[in-house]
Design a binder for this molecule. Structure first.
Ligand SMILES: [Zn+2]
Length: 337
């Protein structure tokens, strides 16, 4: 049997403006990026780092170090860092449909000067995913979405009672919009930190990999296993190359590579089984391997709601024969002005 391949994809998930005050997090980003740039200089085996699918990370870094622009462009062109496809990682349900489209457009516009736009529908931490995402992605020339919530992976031993109930035995599935647009969906069945801080020490590495490999094999439909080397606001693992050397020594039956999403997706596509679950529309399944979808956390701060409202106009009046409008504005449908 051919060896299974373990694709270690390094990344950081960047909760830019809510986790800490923006400026505190901004300083943290500068340190993270500086560490990354040094790592690329010092370790030729360190191949790539995914910048969370949002161009604003690059913008924030260049705001402080505009002189690093050429360096970032060089790294992006070499495929070492990613740009886009989004401007920010949005909550798809709290923002309007129009905002989701603009977000992708702005992300593409801002990524273009870096020479390469990441063509992945990236939704690592969204609390559920909008039904029109495959349609929107397809129109942007994107045929694969990667997400953390909304579908429950059941593993090979569990019978899937009803595919329409947003369950899939595999981390790979077919995701279809109401208009019939379809993308390959890849669920982080073991979350986006399943390969975070991989130990270099042999004993610790054995414990880590035994668990991580078994968990990935439970859901992978191909011989390519995804290990997400990073977590929330996590700086790059500077001794990753040493950790991979330990892994190769311990597990000669597996091939370990410092990979990236493009290589991983290409390899997965070449081996996809015929029978994948088809999931239609919104991904709102609650029980997604320990991480709840929390689709009803539809709240925003009052001043944000007020500002959002100010940018809209009333496109249809509240009919006078109806009971009084709950907002008291006399407006039934607000659209962007
Ligand atoms: Zn997040």
């Amino acid at each position: 049997m051919a060896k299974k391949t373990i694709h270690v994809v390094s990344h950081t998930h960047w909760d830019r403006e809510w986790y800490m005050p923006f400026e505190a997090h901004h300083v943290r980003l500068l340190k993270t990026m500086d560490t990354l740039l040094d790592l690329f200089e010092q370790d030729p085996e360190y191949r790539s780092f995914y910048l969370d699918g949002q161009t604003i990370v690059l913008e924030d870094y260049l705001q402080v170090y505009p002189e690093k622009r050429d360096k970032l462009i060089e790294l992006a062109k070499e495929g070492k860092i990613s740009a886009g496809p989004w401007y920010v990682l949005q909550d798809e349900f709290l923002t309007s449909g129009e905002a989701n489209i603009r977000n992708l457009q702005v992300g593409h516009r801002d990524a273009r000067p870096f020479g390469a736009v990441s063509k992945i529908g990236y939704f690592p931490d969204s609390f559920g995913n909008m039904g029109q995402a495959p349609q929107l992605l397809r129109q942007a020339g994107i045929d694969t979405a990667i997400f953390g919530r909304g579908v429950k992976a059941t593993g090979f031993d569990n019978k899937v009672e009803d595919a329409a109930a947003q369950e899939s035995p595999f981390s790979e599935l077919r995701w279809v919009s109401p208009d019939g647009s379809e993308v390959l969906g890849i669920l982080f069945a073991n979350w986006y930190s399943n390969g975070n801080e991989i130990p270099v020490d042999k004993e610790a590495a054995k414990t880590f990999w035994d668990r991580a490999i078994a968990a990935a094999e439970r859901y992978a439909s191909t011989s390519h296993l995804l290990m997400m080397n990073g977590c929330d606001h996590q700086p790059p693992q500077t001794d990753l190359s040493a950790a991979l050397r330990t892994a190769r020594e311990l597990y000669p039956d597996y091939e370990f590579i410092h990979s990236n999403f493009d290589d991983y997706i290409k390899a997965v596509k070449a081996e996809l089984p015929q029978q994948l679950s088809v999931i239609k529309g919104e991904l709102r399944g609650q029980h997604t391997n320990g991480w709840y979808t929390l689709v009803n956390t539809a709240s925003a701060r009052v001043y944000i709601k007020q500002k959002t409202r100010k940018t809209r106009r009333c496109s249809r009046k509240w009919p006078s024969r109806w009971p009084r409008s709950p907002t008291g504005t006399g407006c039934r449908i607000l659209t962007r002005s």
